[in-house]
Write a protein that binds this ligand. Structure first.
Ligand SMILES: Cc1cc2nc3c(=O)[nH]c(=O)nc-3n(C[C@H](O)[C@H](O)[C@H](O)COP(=O)(O)OP(=O)(O)OC[C@H]3O[C@@H](n4cnc5c(N)ncnc54)[C@H](O)[C@@H]3O)c2cc1C
Length: 470
């Protein structure tokens, strides 16, 4: 991919670096642990494994550049799983479900400490998040999960008076809101490049422009790349949306769907007038939520999931193009933040998200390979949770016995989507029903019963972006 076509955040991050990409692999290298994919998951796995066992030799191969996938282009809203508590308990039981909800908040604090410790300059701001409603139909969407957290003494959330919600969100569009301080925003490209820098400083060997082709099982196993091979005792596959292309057995475990983004030019005075609070993120409660946040140079970014679906799980070129929905997103941004009505859009983009059937990631041992582990399925909420993914995968690769290797998160995918063409056709039907439902609700009009019925499949399939109504 050409640099000028890259999404906004990763372009900005690469432009700030003096050195170019790491050289591709040529010839044969031998290593203890091979990691495939240099997004947050692969890099956290490498860093945590190195920290636990400094003499472990690690090689990462990355098809593009580190951060070329979702990690360099996401919305940078760092959120926990606390609002997924009901799903976590339903899937994993009370003890593990509550442990994971708490661990997901701790992961954010761990990233906070890591970013300070390693001086990663990535506009990291641990300023919390607001989950709001922007239509009467959305009101009360968070009540049951907040009550469940409260009942267990786990709640970090507080319901704010409506004037305070509007003040912090910088917008009068909100009708109610819950605030948690345990959330952050970040320039995601700078974060992933910072993780890359730390991994390299720990002695990890990185080959960019080096896609994995085939994997030959064995002790050791061989990872074949276009001009070389890695011979490794163990491997971790952290390729996210590309998993189904490499390993067809996973094609039905995820749906690949875009999240689309717009970002404005810097306009610090509009930002100051709006009152949008520092590094807070704001999410409404529609099925495919609108989420927005500011940047330190006075921009506002708004995103929304659930637009483009990949037929057969193939990440096609459309996922690397500017967003086809930029106009609608800018309208939504300006409706939310009228102070930006005359501020030009600087860029739009989109990218592939890996939606699992549960809305939560899954990890496991690659079928047919006892020494290869994988993790994916973050379902649009991965910036914070990939820190946990790194803990799971590094623990598996190091053969540890701990709360991560014992977690049922490591039991592989829980549920499958239908085969094609049913999956694609079904996704489009559901998406269009959600669009009609959202439009009706935005205008306080009744929703057609069949649209409500179809839209229900998205919630049950865990497709809701960022927040979970589970
Ligand atoms: C547009 C968008 C917006 C999002 N917004 C948010 C948000 O605001 N908050 C949030 O929490 N989450 C968000 N997410 C989700 C979050 O970005 C991801 O869950 C997270 O980045 C996943 O990290 P990863 O390392 O698993 O995957 P990736 O970052 O996608 O890394 C996978 C890597 O594998 C590489 N690869 C693929 N195939 C091969 C191969 N054959 N050989 C070698 N390497 C290969 C890719 O090039 C890529 O670099 C968003 C996602 C998208 C796409």
């Amino acid at each position: 991919m050409n640099n000028h076509r890259r999404p906004f955040w990763i372009s900005e991050a690469l432009a700030a670096e003096p050195s170019g990409p790491a050289r591709p692999l040529e010839g044969t290298v031998r290593t203890d642990l091979a990691i495939v994919g240099a997004g947050y998951t692969g890099l956290w796995t490498a860093i945590l494994a190195k920290q636990a066992q400094p003499d472990l030799d690690i090689v990462i191969i990355e098809a593009d550049v580190s951060g070329g996938g979702a990690s360099g282009r996401n919305g940078g809203c760092v959120l926990s799983w606390s609002t997924k508590l009901a799903s976590l308990i339903r899937l994993y039981g009370e003890t593990e479900g509550t442990r994971l909800a708490v661990a997901s908040e701790q992961a954010i604090l761990d990233i906070d400490r890591f970013v300070q410790e390693h001086r990663i300059d990535c506009d990291w701001r641990l300023h919390g998040t607001l989950y709001t409603a922007t239509s009467a139909a959305q009101m009360g969407a968070s009540d049951s999960v907040m009550a469940a957290l409260e009942a267990r003494g786990l709640s970090q959330w507080s319901r704010l008076p409506i004037d305070e919600v509007r003040r912090r969100a910088g917008s009068r569009a909100h009708l109610e809101g819950w605030y948690s301080p345990l959330a952050a925003t970040v320039q995601p490209g700078l974060l992933v490049r910072g993780l890359r820098r730390v991994a390299l400083s720990l002695g990890v060997r990185l080959y960019e422009g080096t896609p994995l082709g085939e994997l030959t099982s064995g002790q050791p196993l061989t990872l074949h790349t276009p001009r070389g091979r890695v011979i490794a005792d163990r491997a971790v596959i952290a390729v996210n949306a590309w998993m189904g292309e490499l390993f067809p057995a996973f094609r039905r475990s995820i749906v690949i769907v875009s999240s689309d983004m717009v970002i404005t030019e810097p306009d610090p005075s509009a930002l100051a007038r709006s009152g949008l609070d520092r590094g807070i993120s704001v999410l409404d409660s529609r099925t495919f939520v609108h989420y927005y946040r500011s940047t330190r140079d006075g921009r506002v970014m708004l995103g929304k999931g659930g637009n483009t679906f990949a037929y057969g799980g193939r990440v096609h070129e459309g996922f690397d193009a500017p967003s086809g929905y930029a106009g609608a997103l800018m309208l939504a941004l300006r409706r939310m933040l009228p102070e930006f009505s005359h501020t030009p859009m600087a860029a739009s983009w989109n990218g592939p998200s890996d939606r699992s059937a549960t809305g939560l990631p899954f990890f496991g041992t690659l079928p047919g390979h006892s020494n290869v582990w994988y993790g994916l399925g973050y379902s649009g909420n991965g910036v914070g949770p990939t820190r946990m993914g790194g803990a799971v995968l590094s623990s598996l690769a190091l053969g540890l016995d701990n709360e991560w290797t014992r977690s049922p998160l490591t039991h592989g995918p829980l549920g499958a989507f239908p085969p094609e063409p049913i999956r694609y056709t079904g996704s489009i039907l559901v998406r269009n029903a959600i669009r009609r439902q959202e439009k009706a609700e935005d205008h306080n009009r009744p929703v057609a019963p069949w649209d409500r019925w179809l839209a229900g499949f998205a919630a049950s399939a865990g497709k809701a972006d960022k927040a979970s109504k589970a």
